[in-house]
Each structure stands twice: as structure tokens, then as C-alpha cells.
Design a protein around this ligand. Structure first.
Ligand SMILES: Cc1cc2nc3c(=O)[nH]c(=O)nc-3n(C[C@H](O)[C@H](O)[C@H](O)COP(=O)(O)OP(=O)(O)OC[C@H]3O[C@@H](n4cnc5c(N)ncnc54)[C@H](O)[C@@H]3O)c2cc1C
Ligand code: SF4
Ligand code: SF4
Length: 1007
């Protein structure tokens, strides 16, 4: 008989840790991760909790899983299956052996288009499955918001629900069968009950037990299981006596897979899933209904759903305003608005016939007029505007999540579901509850099914815990009054298992315990979830527990913008530096990661190249943020920030700044890596290779005087091998070649007093590819500008040495040296900035340093002024074009197509569009953007022998394959020096083709 999760149980598991690890290593092929940092990275999910797991297994195949289950049974170690770990309720944290299915167990096993089913392994990501299915004209329609990272095993575990659940149902409605393994090793396909007659005796015994429980509790099921579509709490005992308004099966038969759906890994391990497919809808229309009051939006949803939409999604006025505050989204949202609504509903119709969808859109317009709101619908029949608006809806949530300070929007009543007729009353009363507790919430999401997301802002390190319970209790009372479900989308986990008894009553709670015991009598499968749980506010389980303390630290960069507190009621944020962070804001910046897992994505965007090639939690933005948080709060031992555990997590971070742009909460790992390297260097010093690269701007003038000597390494293979052996620079790489004819020495610069543009020539374009700088100078001159080439101030230290942004020093963590370079550059450029003259640069990573790191190096207001007036070459031209000042005469080129790869920092600063725009000025040239992540070279990263393989893998993800497809007449364009070198290295064997800077292409096109 199983026992509740007890401290004793936990202790036993921990004592046995070493033994478990060593025995596991002998019997599995996958990775066995038992060190503190690895465990720490699996101690959290997108909830407020943190529990140290026993250890982690990343199985190579199912045999590893089976072996681990056998060992856990023998050693009485709990086990916890995990997908992407995006659960919001703490389902995937526990003192157990965590089995991470996402890296290897992610294949499609079988597609049966006649039966409209697909069989998959549990670790496959929903978007990957749907991309695979698309050519077949079908999809798996449970379209959860985390589709880009969540796994089908996790979706089944949580009984996940998508935006279009009103049309397609929840997971439980879309799973046909589950191949499951019990804690005792028994394997069976859970499916239609009648097809399970031949199942092993142990399974038949369970089925008999389940039937008996269901028969006994028939009245309780009818009385306590809420009759709403969105009910995901407890076990689905209503497979026997259906309560859901949408039947689980078409013919009313009992399917035992549906009992496993939503069981959060507490009953069995899912080995495979057989999923029901739907035809991809050919046509979609969207109507945006504008409401003068929030109440009306909620009240009228019940009528709108009668038109049969496949989604009705809410965006409230706070979200509307957040979106309007973003220059990119403002025009999109404005197109959906009529006046200043308090709320809008996005009503989508989908199906085979376009005529039919248009007719339904017209019916919506008519209905709103009948309901007293004529002229309230913006009709969007075309796919383009629809897609843009859905993006805005997602981005609004991201902006909300990026709130700085200790008060955060907390998910614990985020998905209560109430019948539509009560939605208006429920939301207005819950808003009053928030006000009474001095907080507020922003409402959004699935109005169609009465599941509105709302997260009150709470400070979980102070009074948030008490408020959480009080709000949960009052929200619970409302849910009960309106006969709704307390858990309508995100499951039970740690935050809501306590509410299972509240929702289902004592008899069904006992029945659930009996179900658990039937499957897992020893209580080994994800204990403490759904049944026999802890209190939701057991503080020792919190990520920020009462004992959480940041170790005092003086960071090298200025993090004061994060060192703030906020007011939960008004969301007002205090002045920078007032947040009380002993790490002066660095810890608070790291703590911004809420573990939502968005960085595990593989779709468009840069984040996170090292995860894309490794699929390791360690090499993921989230994994890095967690490692830093644990180190900063002393949870990885003393002085852990400069430890090897942190170094290992940071090692493959290419500082692409992809996360700075793509992470919803703006975790900027590239900047954090500088801080880490600074600490590391203080403790461990610099390697010779790092010193050579960092100080290159210092010794570059010498190399330019003796290029033949410094280039010998490229010409003599033995020297290349020796530099690999002694310096760690990959012998497989050619280093950039030194030359005498550097740019600054030879450039025809306009006198400073006549300048209307200042050209900042970086180290790379000055010493290695001076033709780019010459080209830029020519193009700007041809456009009528007097271009002054920036030089160090006369009388300043090393006045003859070219200016430098300090990037190479920052890459080594040498912040003080970088600051000195930045100061020199700032001093030289200031006279121009004061006269309002723009500074133009060519190398994205250098020029954008002026707009990014310069602002956090303590350089004062002057750095702000410089940042505002610094432009990439193409940004400047685009600015002039917009102002109708650009006088550039361009002629057609022999090539009619250009393939453009954006440098990561260009992407992070939204600076790729200007390149497209300016190239687009060349007559007859078709410009195409390669959907690429980081090229993998990333400054000096790819030159490091230990990174060579990772670097090439990054390039092979999408960039090199896309370029190989291009014919010989296609121009390859890349503004980043390291990107061009990576492309040259990657394409050398195929074609020897090179990519060029946009300045070169423009110069060639000068008329
Ligand atoms: C920003 C955000 C938005 C979200 N939006 C939605 C949404 O729109 N709809 C929605 O329903 N949810 C949503 N969620 C919650 C979550 O993303 C989903 O529940 C998702 O399906 C979980 O998938 P996962 O791979 O991360 O699973 P995990 O979190 O890793 O696991 C989920 C559960 O499944 C169990 N499990 C995983 N694999 C197995 C296996 N092989 N065998 C047995 N048990 C297993 C785990 O033990 C756990 O209990 C959201 C979360 C976030 C952070
Ligand atoms: S780093 Fe950003 S995207 Fe990744 S989990 Fe943390 S908050 Fe989410
Ligand atoms: S900077 Fe790039 S590589 Fe580093 S964590 Fe962010 S996205 Fe990943």
C-alpha cells in the first residue's frame, strides 16, 4: 500500500543518490545527471515551486526507461516523467528520478491516414509533429500556447487544452490509445475497454477495480464532477459516467487511455500515444468584436459561441494598451479597434468552404447588431491580418510577464472554468476579490469555454503567500457558486492538488486514492500530485522559500534597472537601484526567468542556438538562468558564480542576444555571460588564447605592419596544428588575414568640421576587410554626404591607435579594459554627437555595443546620447530614405536574387529590415531573408577548437543548407564579419563561395 510523500521518504531517496547514480550508469546508455547544478536545472518548472530531484536520466531509448523503472522499483525511488517542463502548477518538480523524454524519445512511430491517427513517442514537440503532418493535410488540433516546446507526453499528462478547444476538445478528446508502463514494469496498451480483454492479468485486475469504484461512486461522479468542457483536475473517473458536455468517445464506449490523460504521470509512464487527427481547415475568417465594457464582452460570449466559432479569445483593455505601446504592434492592433473598447473578442471561424466562413462572419456582424452593438465588428477575412493579430495577442502576455520587481503575475487560479452564462458575474466578482487584496489582474484567453486566464500580481517573498491562499479560497467560492471547475486547463500539480478534495468531495478524493493504489501501490509515480499532496502554500517547496538569500556581489556592469520593487495594485515600479538586491540588480535580472520554457523553441528567431544543437537543459537560456540563480543564492555552494558548474552552463552560449529579444521576460544571457566571465577571470585568470583575442585591438597595428608573419599560421599547416595544441585555436579554421592597406590609414576622410556623417571603422573592417569600409565610404559619398572617419582624440592615450568598441574585451569578461576603450571612443565621438552628427558603423556586434553595453558600463548620460545617434550603415540609409533625403542612384546588377543572413545582434535590435529595405533599392533585385538562427561563429566562439563541432552544427541547422540551395548567380549577403567567415568555411568545399557586406553590393550597384 502506498504511503504519502513524507520527509522520511525523501530522505531515503537522497541517501541512496550515489548508489542509484552508479547503478543507473551501468544499465542505461543515456545521460545520468546527478550533480547539484544538473539537479537544480530540473528542480523547477513554470510554477512557483522548487524541489531538488533525486537525479536526472535523459534516456537514449525506451530500454533505458524500462531499466530505470525496474531500478527505481527495486530501490524504492520515486520517478517523474518530464517533457518540456512547462507545467504551471508544479507537476514536473519532485524528489524523484526525473526522466527527460524530450531529447531522444521524440519520433513519429506510425501514421495511419485511413484511421486518421498518428502514433508518437512522448517527447515529440507539438509544433514538430504538426509540421511533419502538414504535407498530409492533417493536424493534431490541441493547439496549446506552448506548442513550440511542449511535448505530447506532457500534454497528455496535463490533459492540455488549446485555444480552439470549443471546436476540437481537450487532449482527452483527442487521444485514442496510450502504451503505458506501470511502476511494477507491466506494459499494456490502454485503449477502448473492449479491446483490452487480452491485456495482462495485472491490467485486467486494475480495470476490474476501476469499474467497481466507478459503479460505487456513480452518484458522487454526477454530483461533483463539473459538467464543463474544461475540467482537468483529479482523475477522469467520468469515463464511466460521462459529465463532460463533449463526449470523450463518439459511441459512448469507455476508453481507458482517457483515465491516464490528465493523470500527471502519477499512474503510469507513457511510452507511446495514438492520437486522433483532424483535417487541416482550408479557410479561416476572423471577426474582432469591440465592446464598450468588459462586462458586456463576458456576457455576450454565450451568444457568440452559438454561431459555431472555433475560437473566441479575449484581449482586455490593459493588453490592448500594452500592445499599442509597442511601435511594431500598434498599427496591427489599431486595425482591429473601433474607438477605445474596454475589451475585444477575437472570433475565428474555420472549415473547408470559404463561402461558409464568410457567411458566418456576416452572421456575427448581424448578431452583434441584434445584441445592441451595431458596427462593433472589424471583419478580417484574409489570412495575413489574422496572423498578425494572433501574434499581438501572444505578445501582450509576454509584455505582462516582463514586469520588473519582486511582485509577479502568479499562476494559481489562472484557469478556473465557469459556464458561459456566469462568466460576466464571475469575472467582475473576482476583480473585486483582487482589489480587496490590494492587487489586480489582466484578463485574456479562452472566453469561448469560460476559461479566462488571470494572474494576480503577488510578491511571493513577502505577503504573497497569505494573499494567494485568501484569493484562492474566495475564487474557489465563486467557482463553486457557478458550478465551474477550479482546474480548467493547467492541471493540479503542487498548487492545486490540495483543491481536489474541495472540488470533488471526500468520497471521490478517496476513490482517486484508490485508483492511484490500483496502479501504483508503492507510490513511486510522481508522488504528491493529485492525491496525498502537500498544501499549496508549503513554503519550503517554493522557489523563493523563506531561506532564499542572494549572496552579496559587486557586479562589473550596471544592473540597477532590475534592482527595483513594484506595487502590485498599480504596477508602478520604483527608481533603479532601490530594489534591495545584494547583487545590485544582477540577481533580480537572473530571477526574471520564470521557467516558462519559451527558449526551447525551434521556430523562427535566434534563441537559443546552443539548445537547438544539443537539446540539453544545461545549454538552454532557462538552464543558464537557473544555474546562475542557484549560484547567486548560494545553492551551489560558496563562491559558485565562478565555479566550473556555471562555466559549463555558459560554455556554449554564443552571446547571440537571441534571448534578449525572444525571451518574454527579456533574460539577456549575453550580458550575464560578460558578468560571469568577469567573475571567472578574477578567480581563474585568462588563458593565453583569450588574452590574445581580447587584446587584439592593442596589438593589431603591429600585425598590420608585419602581415606576412602573422599570416604564416594560415599558410603552414604545422603552425595551425601547433596553435591548436598550445592555444586551443582550431586548426580546421583559417584565421582572418592581416593586411597592410588598412582602412583608416588610407581613407579619404572629410574634415571633422565639415562632416555630416561620422564613419566608425571597427577593428575587423579596418584591419581585415578594409574593402567594406571603403565601399561604405564611397556609397555615402555618392549619396552626397561628407563623411569623416572617426579617429582617437589628439592628445588622448594611444592617439594613433584606431578607436574600438571594446567588444573583444567584453567577450573575455575584461569589463575594465572594455570600459577604457569605450571611454576613448565616446570622447572621440562626443564632439560630433553634440553637433547632432550621426555615427555610422559596419560591423553589427561592434556598432551595436555602442547602443547596448556602453549603457551599462557607467559612462553616464553621454553614452545615452551616443546610443541615440549610432546607426548601422543600412539603418542610416533607411533613416534617410524614410526622411526622403536619400539620393542614391543605383543600377541593376547581373544577379537578380540576394540571400540575406542577419547577424544575431542585428536581429536582436530589429536591424535586419533596413538591410532588406536598402538592398531592395537595387533595381530588379529580389531580396530573400534566410530564416536562420546564429551562424555559429559568434565572434571568436567558432575558432575555439573545443567549440568547432558545435559551431558547425549551428551553421548546419538552417544557414548553410539554405545557402547551398542558392545558384551561382545569387548574391550572398551577411554584414557580420564572423558570419562571413563561417559561411566561407562552410561553403568552401562545396563551392568556395563567399558572402559579402551590404556596402560592397551597394557600391557595385552605384550608377
Ligand atoms: C506561457 C505558458 C502558456 C501555456 N499555455 C497553455 C495552454 O494554452 N493550454 C494548456 O493546456 N496548457 C498551457 N500551458 C501549460 C503547459 O505548457 C502544458 O500543459 C503543456 O502541454 C505541458 O507540456 P510539457 O511537455 O511541458 O509537459 P511537462 O510539464 O514536462 O509535463 C506535464 C505532465 O505530464 C507528465 N508527463 C510528461 N511526460 C510523461 C510521460 N512520458 N509519461 C507519463 N507522464 C508524463 C509529467 O510528469 C507532468 O505531470 C502553458 C504554460 C505556459 C508556461
Ligand atoms: S529564459 Fe526566458 S524564455 Fe527561457 S524559460 Fe526563462 S523566461 Fe522563459
Ligand atoms: S545569448 Fe544566445 S546562446 Fe546565449 S542563452 Fe541567449 S539565445 Fe542562447
Amino acid at each position: 500500500m502506498n504511503a504519502p510523500l513524507s520527509p522520511q521518504h525523501l530522505k531515503q531517496s537522497l541517501i541512496a543518490r550515489d548508489e542509484i547514480a552508479s547503478r543507473l550508469r551501468k544499465i542505461v546508455q543515456g545521460e545520468v545527471l546527478f550533480d547539484a547544478a544538473s539537479r537544480g536545472r530540473y528542480a523547477t518548472d513554470a510554477s512557483i515551486y522548487q524541489i531538488d530531484p533525486v537525479g536526472v536520466l535523459v534516456p537514449r531509448g525506451f530500454d533505458d526507461v524500462a531499466a530505470a523503472i525496474d531500478l527505481c522499483r527495486e530501490m524504492r525511488v520515486p520517478l517523474l516523467a518530464r517533457g518540456a517542463g512547462t507545467s504551471q502548477c508544479g507537476q514536473t518538480v519532485g524528489a524523484a528520478l526525473v526522466i527527460d523524454n524530450s531529447k531522444h524519445l521524440n519520433q513519429v512511430v506510425e501514421l495511419d491516414l485511413d484511421a486518421m491517427t498518428v502514433t508518437v513517442e512522448p517527447g515529440i514537440v507539438l509544433d514538430h509533429l504538426n509540421a511533419w503532418l502538414k504535407p498530409h493535410g492533417v493536424w493534431f488540433p490541441v493547439d496549446v500556447s506552448t506548442a513550440a516546446q511542449c511535448t505530447l507526453g506532457g500534454m497528455a499528462g496535463n490533459n492540455s487544452c488549446g485555444s480552439r478547444s470549443i471546436a476540437y476538445g481537450n487532449m482527452v478528446h483527442n487521444v485514442e490509445a496510450i502504451d503505458a508502463v506501470l511502476a511494477d514494469g507491466t506494459q499494456a496498451r490502454f485503449t477502448d475497454e473492449q479491446s483490452m480483454a487480452g491485456a495482462p492479468a495485472r491490467i485486467r485486475e486494475i480495470i476490474g477495480g476501476l469499474r467497481a469504484i466507478a459503479a460505487r461512486e456513480r452518484d458522487e461522479i454526477a454530483a461533483h464532477v463539473p459538467a464543463v468542457l474544461r475540467r482537468v483536475g483529479g482523475y477522469n473517473l467520468d469515463i464511466y459516467h460521462p459529465q463532460n458536455p463533449r463526449p470523450y468517445t463518439e459511441d459512448g464506449r469507455v476508453n481507458l487511455a482517457h483515465l491516464l490523460v490528465g493523470s500527471e504521470g502519477t499512474l503510469a509512464y507513457t511510452r507511446r500515444l495514438v492520437l486522433k487527427l483532424s483535417p487541416l481547415p482550408r479557410s479561416k475568417t476572423l471577426g474582432v468584436v469591440n465592446f464598450p465594457t468588459f462586462y458586456q464582452a463576458m456576457d455576450m460570449t454565450q451568444h457568440i459561441v452559438k454561431l459555431g466559432p472555433c475560437a473566441v479569445e479575449l484581449v482586455d483593455s490593459t493588453m490592448i494598451e500594452l500592445a499599442r505601446g509597442n511601435p511594431a504592434f500598434r498599427p496591427v492592433i489599431d486595425k482591429a479597434l473601433i474607438g477605445s473598447p474596454e475589451a475585444i473578442l477575437l472570433v475565428e471561424f474555420a472549415g473547408e468552404s470559404r463561402q461558409e466562413q464568410l457567411a458566418r462572419l456576416a452572421q456575427l456582424v448581424e448578431l452583434m447588431a441584434d445584441l445592441g452593438l451595431p458596427g462593433s465588428v472589424v471583419e478580417m477575412p484574409d489570412a495575413g491580418p489574422q496572423k498578425e493579430l494572433w501574434e499581438v495577442r501572444k505578445a501582450g502576455l509576454n509584455i505582462m510577464m516582463s514586469m520588473r520587481g519582486d511582485g509577479k503575475p502568479v499562476s494559481f487560479i489562472e484557469d478556473c472554468a465557469v459556464p458561459l452564462e456566469h462568466l460576466a458575474e464571475y469575472t467582475s466578482q473576482l476583480t473585486e476579490v483582487f482589489e480587496r487584496h490590494g492587487t489586480r489582474g489582466t484578463w485574456y484567453a479562452h472566453a469561448s469555454v469560460g476559461t479566462l486566464h488571470v494572474r494576480p500580481i503577488l510578491d511571493m517573498r513577502r505577503d504573497g503567500t497569505q494573499k494567494m491562499r485568501a484569493i484562492a479560497e474566495e475564487a474557489g467560492a465563486l467557482v463553486r457558486r457557478y458550478k465551474g471547475a477550479f482546474s480548467g486547463e493547467h492541471g493540479d500539480g503542487l498548487v492545486r492538488s490540495e483543491w481536489v478534495a474541495w472540488q470533488f468531495g471526500p468520497r471521490l478524493t478517496r476513490a482517486f486514492e484508490q485508483i492511484k493504489d490500483l496502479f501504483d501501490p508503492d507510490g513511486l509515480m510522481n508522488p504528491g500530485k493529485i492525491v496525498r499532496c502537500e498544501k499549496m502554500d508549503a513554503k519550503e517547496l517554493f522557489r523563493f522559500k523563506p531561506s532564499y538569500q542572494v549572496v552579496p556581489l559587486k557586479p562589473a556592469l550596471d544592473w540597477s534597472a532590475w534592482n527595483v520593487q513594484n506595487d502590485p495594485a498599480t504596477e508602478r515600479v520604483g527608481a533603479p537601484g532601490t530594489g534591495g538586491d545584494p547583487a545590485h540588480g544582477f540577481a533580480k535580472a537572473v530571477e526574471m526567468c520564470n521557467n516558462n520554457g519559451h527558449c526551447r523553441k525551434f521556430d523562427a528567431g535566434t534563441m537559443c542556438p546552443s539548445y537547438r544543437i544539443t537539446r540539453d537543459e544545461q545549454h538552454l537560456t532557462r538552464g543558464r538562468a537557473n544555474t546562475l540563480r542557484l549560484a547567486l543564492s548560494g545553492q551551489l555552494g560558496p563562491d559558485a558564480l565562478a565555479s566550473e558548474a556555471v562555466r559549463d552552463a555558459m560554455d556554449l552560449c554564443v552571446s547571440c542576444k537571441g534571448c534578449k529579444r525572444d525571451c518574454p521576460t527579456g533574460v539577456d544571457m549575453a550580458r550575464m555571460k560578460i558578468e560571469f566571465l568577469n567573475q571567472w577571470r578574477k578567480r581563474h585568470g585568462l588563458s593565453l588564447k583569450d588574452r590574445l583575442i581580447a587584446t587584439m585591438p592593442q596589438w593589431a597595428p603591429w600585425a598590420a605592419r608585419l602581415p606576412w608573419l602573422f599570416n604564416l599560421r594560415n599558410a603552414v599547416p604545422l603552425l595551425a596544428r601547433l596553435t591548436e595544441k598550445h592555444l586551443g585555436i582550431s586548426a580546421k579554421r583559417k584565421l582572418p588575414a592581416w593586411r597592410r592597406d588598412t582602412f583608416i590609414k588610407n581613407a579619404a576622410s572629410a574634415p571633422a568640421e565639415q562632416a555630416d556623417v561620422v564613419l566608425f571603422a571597427d577593428t575587423f573592417n579596418n584591419y581585415f576587410e578594409s574593402e567594406n569600409a571603403h565601399a561604405a565610404l564611397q556609397v555615402l559619398t555618392a549619396a552626397g554626404y561628407k563623411v569623416h572617419v572617426a579617429r582617437a582624440l589628439a592628445g588622448s592615450p594611444q592617439e594613433n591607435r584606431p578607436l574600438c568598441c571594446g567588444r573583444t574585451y567584453l567577450s573575455a569578461g575584461l569589463v575594465e579594459k572594455a570600459r577604457a576603450e569605450a571611454r576613448r571612443t565616446l570622447d572621440a565621438l562626443l564632439p560630433f554627437i553634440r553637433r547632432g552628427i550621426p555615427v555610422v558603423g559596419l560591423e553589427p556586434s561592434c556598432l551595436l555595443t555602442l547602443r547596448d553595453e556602453f549603457l551599462v558600463m557607467g559612462l553616464g548620460e553621454e553614452a545615452q546620447a551616443l546610443a541615440k545617434q549610432s546607426y548601422l550603415f543600412e539603418e542610416f540609409l533607411a533613416r534617410e530614405l524614410k526622411a526622403d533625403r536619400l539620393k542614391l542612384q543605383l543600377k541593376p546588377l547581373p544577379q537578380k536574387r540576394a540571400l540575406l543572413h542577419g547577424h544575431c545582434h542585428q536581429k536582436a535590435f530589429d536591424a535586419v529590415k533596413p538591410v532588406q529595405q536598402i538592398l531592395g533599392l537595387i533595381p530588379e533585385l529580389e531580396v530573400e531573408l534566410v530564416e536562420s538562427s546564429c551562424c555559429g561563429m559568434a565572434g571568436s566562439f567558432g575558432y575555439d577548437a573545443s567549440h568547432y563541432e558545435a559551431s558547425m552544427k549551428m551553421a548546419e541547422l538552417s544557414l548553410l543548407p539554405a545557402l547551398r540551395e542558392a545558384d551561382a548567380h545569387t548574391l550572398l549577403v551577411a554584414d557580420g564579419t564572423s558570419c562571413r567567415h563561417q559561411i566561407a568555411d562552410g561553403l568552401e568545399q562545396d563551392s568556395g563561395r563567399r558572402a559579402e557586406h551590404v556596402a560592397i553590393i551597394l557600391r557595385r550597384a552605384l550608377a
